[in-house]
Design a protein around this ligand. Structure first.
Ligand code: MN
Length: 252
């Protein structure tokens, strides 16, 4: 257990806004409902009042996460506001991406099964083929842990060096596939990152089906960026629906 409760520096971290915590709880439920995460996977939010920290559940299946399970993590990936909470093993992918990408304010990591084939078949990159997934790059980067840590790892991002390697291979992309493991998706807020995680999984599913039919006409780069801009401005329509689905008492 690496929690650092009592660290002087950490007393200065502001208490997060309950509305931000609630959004993160909804995100956990929504990603489970839409099959992006199952018993595994996680979603985080950069602390809106303290950019060097981020908010992430303790080690728990996403659909079980409540507001009480969300803890403040520091830039080393450690929980600062509890001594007894067990953190996720792969919290370092969050801390290192936040460090490398000031534009990223929310992150989803999953083992979404439809994207796995595109992380292990180099000749068949995941590419946007419908307007809902214009945010995907022409060629989504693939992180191969063997390039950084050699053979025999457990494939997981269990330290800051591996987190930094993942962030580096991701570059400025929205999505990075992780060979034999899963995917990590970033966004400018919780609704956007959930939208991207859901539609990355759906684009992969549709691409697999289309590949069985024949050659695919993908979106061009211009179409992808135009579609991403248009749909990106309407993310809250889906987000408000999804919140209502996981909490019938939800009001916009
Ligand atoms: Mn994982």
């Amino acid at each position: 257990m690496n929690a650092k409760s009592g660290d002087k520096e950490d007393y200065s971290v502001p208490t997060p806004d309950p509305a931000d915590i609630q959004n993160l709880v909804f995100a956990n439920r929504i990603l489970y409902k839409y099959g992006v995460v199952d018993g595994f996977g996680h979603v985080s939010l950069r602390h809106p009042q303290s950019p060097d920290h981020f908010l992430l559940s303790r080690n728990l299946a996403p659909d079980r996460v409540t507001a009480d399970d969300i803890f403040i993590h520091n830039s080393s990936g450690e929980i600062v506001d509890a001594t007894s909470a067990t953190p996720y093993l792969e919290r370092f992918l969050h801390s290192e991406i936040y460090k490398a990408r000031p534009d990223v304010l929310a992150i989803v990591h999953s083992h979404a099964n439809t994207v796995i084939p595109f992380g292990v078949v180099k000749q068949q990159p995941l590419r946007p083929l419908w307007h809902m997934a214009g945010f995907l790059e022409k060629d989504v980067p693939i992180f191969d842990i063997r390039d950084h840590a050699g053979d025999g790892t457990d494939l997981l991002i269990t330290d800051t060096n591996l987190g930094a390697a993942l962030a580096s291979d991701m570059g400025d992309a929205s999505v990075v596939l992780m060979r034999g493991h899963g995917a990590t998706v970033v966004g400018k807020d919780i609704p956007e990152v959930c939208f991207r995680a859901v539609y990355t999984q759906l684009n992969a599913d549709i691409q697999l089906k289309a590949l069985a039919l024949g050659d695919i006409t993908y979106l061009t780069e211009l179409e992808a960026s135009a579609a991403a801009e248009n749909i990106g401005g309407q993310v809250n329509r889906a987000w408000n629906l999804w919140c209502k689905e996981v909490d019938p008492g939800f009001e916009e």
